[in-house]
Design a binder for this molecule. Structure first.
Ligand code: CP3
Length: 346
């Protein structure tokens, strides 16, 4: 542990909430706050040669991470990076194709492809570790820094499919055809992710989030077999900081998440707040879950729906959207959402 961990933080609302303490109002941050909603991100992005040139440069990682903190006044910073740095560190490089998304030249098709992969170490991702140290220095104990990784199933989906997809049918077919090889790959991703997150924590992140963005495309049985146990293994291996898990679309697994060793469960906007609370119980903190499209509505509507959401959660809640903020969202809408939360009192 470094000294910073023990020094008191000016605004530690997110950490107190994640630990289950009673707080004065919910903390707020936005998934994908570091990125294309901000003109200053676009300006910096134009000056460098592609997305990866930003992600792989610690000074620029720090700069982009701090942009939404300065522009929006959120209660937490989230590390600017991508979940796909893990497959690359394991030996499967990706490209980020302009206006298309991620693309892997090689994909994982069979057992021998998995044997060739290494287990990533934190040292393989020095640009992230250096970035975290710079961010912590710049934040100077004002607000917490959220570290993150993709959940193993979501990383598996990109490594086998090779690109984004509506159905991820290649990834799902792999689970049926080669279940043993699938577990082998998921285990390698899990070991790499534990090393990576432990590195982020040693470098200074205060809390972590696991993004299981493609949780909702699995059947409940498949989710129990191919995703949940690996998330559980990561949570058990990371005792040092609070843990948020975001199983997008997996309303069928909320009961299981209530029992695992995480502190916060992220809900998407398809999940009913009151029902989810009933299923999960009072022990966990919840995060979410406004529809990102609401931020395109007029400010009165945004304010009204945000306050309704805060009242429905009614405490033990980290305010956020139900998924990442869309790149073309008007900043006035984003600010209205944040202000409504900051003006709320339990
Ligand atoms: O939340 C934040 O502000 C931190 C930064 C962050 C990025 N990606 C930056 C990014 C985080 C937490 C991620 C996570 C991520 N990356 C996820 C899980 C979250 C989710 O949205 O479900 C996933 C599935 C990825 C993979 C990925 N990265 C895709 C599919 C894409 C292309 C689609 C898109 O959004 O453009 C990316 C690119 C990406 N990651 C961008 C940013 C800012 C846009 C790149 C650009 O500048 O053109």
């Amino acid at each position: 542990m470094n000294d910073i961990t023990f020094a008191s933080m000016q605004n530690d609302l997110l950490l107190r909430t994640a630990r289950g303490e009673k707080v004065e109002r919910p903390p707020v941050w936005l998934m994908r706050q570091a990125g294309r909603i901000l003109p200053e991100y676009h300006a910096l992005r134009e000056k460098v040669n592609g997305f990866k040139a930003l992600v792989e440069n610690a000074e620029l990682v720090c700069e982009v991470t701090l942009q939404p903190v300065k522009a929006l006044g959120v209660d937490a910073a989230i590390l600017f990076s991508d979940i796909l740095v893990i497959p690359e560190a394991m030996g499967l490089p990706y490209q980020m194709i302009e206006s298309k998304g991620p693309w892997f030249e090689k994909t994982i098709d069979e057992k021998k492809d998995i044997d060739k992969l290494k287990i990533a170490e934190a040292d393989d991702l020095q640009f992230v570790m250096e970035g975290v140290k710079l961010i912590k220095k710049e934040l100077n104990n004002t607000i917490p820094l959220i570290g993150f990784a993709g959940a193993p199933w979501t990383i598996f989906a990109y490594m086998t499919e090779g690109k984004g997809s509506k159905t991820f049918s290649k990834a799902r077919t792999f689970l049926y055809r080669e279940p043993e090889a699938a577990h082998n790959l998921l285990n390698k991703i899990t070991d790499s992710t534990i090393n990576y997150l432990q590195g982020q924590i040693i470098s200074g992140v205060d809390i972590i989030q696991l993004f299981d963005s493609w949780a909702g495309i699995l059947s409940p049985q498949q989710y129990k077999e191919f995703s949940l146990p690996y998330i559980e293994r990561i949570c058990n291996a990371i005792p040092a900081v609070p843990k948020i898990v975001f199983p997008k679309g997996a309303y069928f697994a909320l009961e299981d998440f209530a029992k695992i060793n995480c502190d916060v469960i992220g809900l998407d906007w398809n999940m009913d707040i009151l029902n989810s609370k009933k299923i999960i119980g009072a022990e966990k903190v919840l995060q979410g879950n406004l529809d990102p499209c609401l931020l395109f509505a007029d400010v009165n509507r945004i304010k009204k729906e945000t306050i309704k959401m805060l009242s429905d959660f009614g405490g033990k809640h980290i305010a956020n959207l139900g998924h990442g903020v869309y790149p073309d969202t008007p900043l006035d809408g984003v600010r209205c959402f944040i202000d409504a939360i900051k003006g709320f009192n339990y």
